[in-house]
Design a protein around this ligand. Sequence first.
Ligand code: NDP
Length: 490
Amino acid sequence: MQCGIVFTIIVFFDPRQTKVCLFSQHSFHDLPINIMNQIEEVLNHGEKLETFMHTVRKRNPHEPEFLQAVRDVAESIIPFTEKHPKYKHHKILERIAEPERVIMFRVPWLNDKGEIEINRGYRIQMNSALGPYKGGLRFHHSVNLSVLKFLAFEQVFKNSLTGLPMGGGKGGSDFESKGKSDNEVMKFCQSFMTELARHIGSNVDVPAGDIGVGGREIGYLFGQYKRISGRFTGVLTGKGHDYGGSLIRPEATGYGLVYFAEEMLKTCGQSLKGKTITISGSGNVSQYTVEKCIEMEAKVVTVSDSEGFIYDPKGIDREKLNFIFELKNERRGRISEYAKKYGCEFFEGERPWNIPCDIAFPNATQNELDNSDAQTLIDNGCFCVAEGANMPCTTEAIHIFEKAQILYGPGKAANAGGVAVSGLEMSQNAMRYSWTRTEVDHKLKHIMKEIHRKCVEHGKMKDGYISYERGANITGFEKVAEAMIAQGLV
Ligand code: NDP
């Protein structure tokens, strides 16, 4: 009976421990003492995780993405806080899982036909222990409280990992830019900012872009903020370079992702050169991931959008990438046009994870890579997955990667380059100065290497496997926790 319970809970809590499950054939009491202690410890952590999640679930019902993000982090943090009781005493995990402030507002605007449209706007100010709230705005029909709370929660850990003084936040709207005219996008952005303006500021909360919010939207949002406040300040990042934006900010998430992946590969004596790569998405993050992969002589064979993916076995070269830039950023067209132009296959309504590759970069959206995708990738020889998107892999997919001991880089570490350069944009704005492309790129590379180093430091397991998930969660948590303790119960 006891062994039965051991089996169930261990599998649930940490699939990497399945080796221990072999002992379930024997009596619990026959096991060597150190194995018994290990089992007890895992059971204990599993129970604590369930108790913690029960409370979070009760307080945030119907928010599956938020609960998923909290659970993924708590899996690593609960065993850590058991060894560091001061974090338990100060209830840091419980406090971190509760936003400091949630703002929801109405966004009315007039479409080109002169009709009234109404959207909902949000800003989640999650944690300000390390600095002003910082995190993107997402405009997408799927945006709701759960999605933004998960993104804001992840952002706290990510921003902490960069080592820069930034708290965590996220915001956005269920407004969809796709299919809207420039004029409609401007009207929406102006109405959205009219309300948001009172909640943000260069020392309070500094939003940036995310899905559906690129240079065009940031420009309109910034213009309206300036008009309302009468001030030209660094209240948003991702601005155009002519009006206070940092060089390399548009490239930063994609470039940073590739720098991080290269560091991961070095740990097993590999590099990107000559590797076959699958990528999802074809927006900001994917475009610059492809660019850096081309520079590092890797072959990218897929990109996608919400309608399907293209498979180009010859690889995307510079000329084809320029076509994607123009297609997606100027004409705002569909990726299927790439297949028509270059005579390759377009897989409608599918994701690219069944295409054999060495490395996969899920760069589109949350939960776009599930357990069966994870198994297919591994079966086809993929040995490295690094997340350009936020939480693109389901919890089960992550467990499969870690159990198979392939390299897996979670988004909060691997895609932190974007917010890192946003942090550098804030510094440049504060100094009223701008660094060169080379200077910013150099700083970005250094930050990504440091994040990697910190993940290894906290993520190296007894058997030598590096759990970047564990490393990123613990490193991110520790810094925020210390700052929260120092600042008292606020
Ligand atoms: P973009 O809006 O520029 O591009 C998003 C891409 O993903 C598009 O190709 C889009 O296709 C596709 N996509 C979006 N939703 C879905 C969906 N539900 N199913 C399939 N495809 C989808 O966004 P970004 O490139 O900026 O962001 C991509 C991811 O990276 C997000 O998870 C974001 O949070 C994360 N990220 C972004 C950062 C940044 O600096 N921009 C920083 C860190 C993380 P379509 O055009 O058809 O909608």
